[in-house]
Design a protein around this ligand. Structure first.
Ligand SMILES: Cc1ncc(COP(=O)(O)O)c(C=O)c1O
Length: 332
């Protein structure tokens, strides 16, 4: 978004160019300065608007997505709401397949509000057998998606084989996911800080944010630390009670990202600590953001303490809190 723009051609022009905001109260006395990027200000309420637009526009450019076709995706939420938003503006139908266990009523409602069809797919406990069988290519699950979306992805794969009137966005393996952050989010961070930052912190779902931003930041200055945030405890499918609450932060992706050597360190954050910090962000900073934002900021305070005064930590607030208000455990 061009902040001087008076008349936008469409809502798509309002994606991105989100300023950095200093954490004045939460950041007070922790050492390094903490700057956050409130990505919930994107039109559909999350950072995923960036990737949804680029994935769709790349598919249009290469002829994979044409007028009259439908966009499909296996998604637990924000990528679905963002794709539904972009599809609505561009006149495509959108069909989302969500794992029933983690389907979120608010995000489902947002997708439907943008005209998307949403189908809950029952999922079975993940087994080691699934590893290597997802996405149709015998590829490691950590490369092409978290375990939770294995069966919804299988539905997309089957549909893609059967029909030629739809295009599957494949967020976990679509290079535009990483490119949107490398060429967009990261460039904004470099412009807005004039390249002056010491660490970047981000939670990992598909890994698009951290990989894309890290690629650009490391190219600018290889000494900038890249810190991934993961949910503490077991991320598993077996027992829904054990499944981490922080939506969007994934299972099974960290090893692959970490082995890329572009991430310097991983910090684990518990659901409760992430939620508490999300509440503090609203109460102390006026930032109405979700749980992964809380996790990112908490991890950033840890890094800021270690780095000390005179250094700068940057993180993102991926989505808005309004989509979690219904979740019982999120309310105090
Ligand atoms: C709320 C939220 N936070 C963080 C992430 C992680 O972003 P990425 O997929 O770029 O790793 C996601 C991804 O879906 C998300 O929805």
């Amino acid at each position: 978004m061009d902040r001087n723009m008076k008349i936008a051609n469409s809502m798509l022009d309002l994606i991105g160019q989100i300023p950095l905001v200093r954490l004045n109260r939460i950041g007070q006395g922790v050492g390094a300065e903490i700057l956050v990027k409130p990505e919930f200000l994107n039109p559909s309420g999350s950072i995923k608007d960036r990737i949804a637009r680029l994935m769709i526009e790349q598919a249009e450019a290469c002829g994979a997505l044409k007028a009259g076709m439908a966009v499909i995706e296996a998604t637990t939420g924000n990528t679905g709401t963002a794709l539904a938003f972009v599809a609505a503006v561009k006149g495509y139908c959108m069909r989302a397949f969500s794992p029933a266990m983690v389907a979120n009523r608010s995000r489902t409602a947002i997708m439907i509000a943008f005209g998307a069809a949403v189908q809950a797919v029952d999922i079975e406990p993940y087994t080691a057998h699934d590893q290597g069988n997802n996405d149709g290519g015998g590829v490691d699950a950590s490369v092409h998606g978290g375990h939770v979306e294995l069966l919804p992805r299988q539905v997309c794969l089957d549909l893609e084989k059967e029909r030629n009137d739809l295009w599957w966005a494949r967020q976990f393996s679509n290079p535009s996911n990483v490119a949107a952050h490398r060429d967009g989010t990261a460039q904004e961070i470099l412009d807005m800080t004039e390249g002056q930052l010491d660490a970047f912190v981000a939670s990992v779902g598909t890994g698009g944010t951290i990989l894309g931003v890290a690629q650009a930041l490391k190219q600018h200055n290889p000494h900038i630390s890249i810190i991934a945030v993961e949910p503490a405890g077991k991320a598993m499918m077996g027992d829904p009670e054990d499944y981490p609450m922080i939506p969007g932060i994934s299972d099974g992706i960290i090893p692959q990202i970490f082995s890329s050597k572009i991430v310097d360190r991983v910090i684990s954050i518990t659901d409760k600590d992430a939620i508490d910090m999300a509440h503090q962000l609203a109460e102390l900073e006026g930032m109405f953001c979700g749980m992964s934002s809380g996790a990112n900021v908490l991890a950033s305070t840890m890094v800021a303490r270690e780095l000390g005064v005179g250094k700068r930590v940057v993180t993102v607030l991926p989505d808005s809190r309004d989509r979690y208000l219904e979740v019982e455990k999120y309310t105090t």
